[in-house]
Design a binder for this molecule. Structure first.
Ligand code: GAR
Length: 216
């Protein structure tokens, strides 16, 4: 089977990158990670990717005089490695519209909230401050606005009174590791198709079950 050639962009821990690498080990999985780029030299995820035998590159944003120059360097490596799809996984740099448009519909991102709610940083603190009963995570196609774009898949996580930002982050992360490989698979197989601001998924039996929280 010809696997889709995927790059993962990270800035730190890289646990979502790990989940993608592990999913790709399956012979039947429709994508393969051929490249990991980190915006930070010390990113923990780089070691894991190297051990998995994947090409790693550091494109240190502090060494470039403009965001355009930084992104041009990333674009060149992606092209050189014949990358077809890019997964942002804790990549903490905002991308210019010119880069996003060059890779239109070919960049995915994961965010630890039920988008379009709670875009940006310190998500779990803000979720708890808002007193919402559910949070979750989202994989979406990247558009020029931060944490914005057509939604591929979401997971819902109920909030309990004991949750701290850290506890919530851990609970949500477990679901991130499940939905990101699923979203990538759907894109690589062509089961998920982007049209305007929406993603259509075909051939998937969705067992839709409502969630009520607090339960009664
Ligand atoms: C993840 O929780 C991801 O959803 C979040 O950063 C974390 C990275 O963890 N991304 C964003 O907040 C994007 N706006 P990881 O490096 O272990 O995958």
């Amino acid at each position: 089977m010809k696997k889709m050639r995927v790059a993962v962009l990270i800035s730190g821990r890289g646990s979502n990158m790990e989940a993608l690498i592990e999913a790709c080990r399956d012979k039947e999985y429709p994508a393969g990670i051929v490249l990991v780029i980190s915006s930070r030299p010390g990113a923990k995820g780089l070691e894991y990717a190297k051990r998995a035998g994947i090409r790693t590159e550091v494109v240190n944003h502090t060494e470039f005089e403009s965001r355009d120059a930084f992104e041009e360097a990333i674009h060149t490596i992606l092209k050189e490695t014949k990358v077809e799809l890019v997964c942002l996984a804790g990549f903490m740099r905002v991308l210019n519209p010119s880069f996003v448009n060059r890779w239109r519909d070919r960049i995915l991102n994961i965010h630890p909230s039920l988008l379009p709610a709670f875009k940006g940083l310190h998500t779990h603190e803000r979720v708890l401050d808002a007193g919402v009963r559910f949070t979750g995570c989202t994989v979406h196609i990247v558009r020029p606005e931060m944490d914005d774009g057509p939604i591929i898949i979401q997971a819902v996580v109920p909030i309990t009174p004991k949750d701290t930002p850290g506890a919530l982050a851990a609970k949500v992360l477990e679901f991130e590791h499940k939905i990101y490989p699923e979203a990538l698979s759907m894109m690589a197989q062509g089961r998920a198709r982007v049209s305007g601001n929406l993603v259509y998924v075909k051939g998937k039996k969705i067992k839709a079950k409502g969630l009520i929280n607090p339960p009664f």
